[in-house]
Design a protein around this ligand. Structure first.
Ligand SMILES: [Zn+2]
Length: 259
């Protein structure tokens, strides 16, 4: 794989039906920036999708893993990736960034025996800045998602590359993502859930978000069944026409080259 700055979305599945039936892959997102290789939200199948990418992506080339939150479609493969990237602990290397809920307490998701294989485990807190090698990223304000969840915003060479992960929409979400050149949105639902109690974004929310942020490049991903049925590429084109923005629907394995 080249060393150019890029995002590779290994999987685009976003809710239990789509994940359980693997209608889309549920692997995470590979981010290569400034020579660092970072895996965000390693859902089920991430190790497989790395190995099966063309060309294959060697797990030992990962420098860091970031978990946005501890739901299974975001963290299932974290343990096997830690084992892989450290060669079973033979090489103490790599960093894990994760919210406290993923690391401590009854919902912790990282096996204890693997923790010492890593160079460092960094606890994510809201609206804080972090460094990975020469790359800086910050966390968003807390998302409204039922478990401790942060969006991830990279500030790189004057550009902002943002990942608005799972959340219910609320207006206070927007300032964290202001100025995003590239905005990846986890758009799980086409219509709001009838119960009004599903803490995920729907199409109307995505429209509001894109109107407010107006990124140079918007990418929709993490699709639930209602989005799959609505054909994500059709939804993306409609938003693009309506808002006059470049909006793309992610497909499994899609690479976005960064400027
Ligand atoms: Zn979630």
């Amino acid at each position: 794989m080249s060393s150019a700055d890029l995002i590779k979305i290994l999987g685009t599945a976003g809710a239990r039906y789509v994940v359980a039936r693997q209608l889309r892959y549920s692997a995470g997102t590979l981010i290569r920036l400034g020579g660092e290789t970072i895996l965000l939200d390693p859902g089920p199948g991430t190790l497989v999708r790395l190995a099966k990418s063309k060309p294959a992506i060697d797990v030992t080339t990962l420098d860091a893993i970031i978990l946005s939150h501890g739901h299974i479609d975001h963290c299932n493969d974290v343990n096997v990736l830690i084992d892989g990237m450290t060669e079973g602990g033979l090489k103490r290397r790599g960093r894990l960034f994760a919210p406290r809920d993923c690391l401590e307490g009854e919902n912790a998701v990282v096996f204890n025996y693997l923790r010492e294989f890593l160079e460092e485990i960094v606890t994510l807190e809201p609206e804080r800045e972090y460094q990975q090698g020469g790359v800086s990223f910050s966390t968003s304000a807390p998302h409204d998602h039922g478990t401790e969840t942060y969006g991830i915003i990279f500030d790189h060479r004057g550009d902002r590359i943002s990942f608005m992960v799972d959340t219910r929409f609320f207006p206070e979400l927007l300032p964290s993502y202001e100025g995003s050149g590239v905005l990846v949105i986890n758009l799980v639902r086409h219509k709001p859930h009838e119960s009004g109690d599903v803490r995920h974004l729907c199409l109307d929310d995505a429209r509001e978000i894109l109107k407010a942020i107006r990124p140079r490049q918007a990418v929709l991903t993490h699709f639930g069944m209602t989005m799959i049925r609505a054909k994500p590429w059709v939804v993306a084109q409609q938003l693009a026409d309506e808002l006059g923005l470049d909006v793309r629907a992610a497909s499994d394995g899609m690479t976005i080259e960064l400027r």
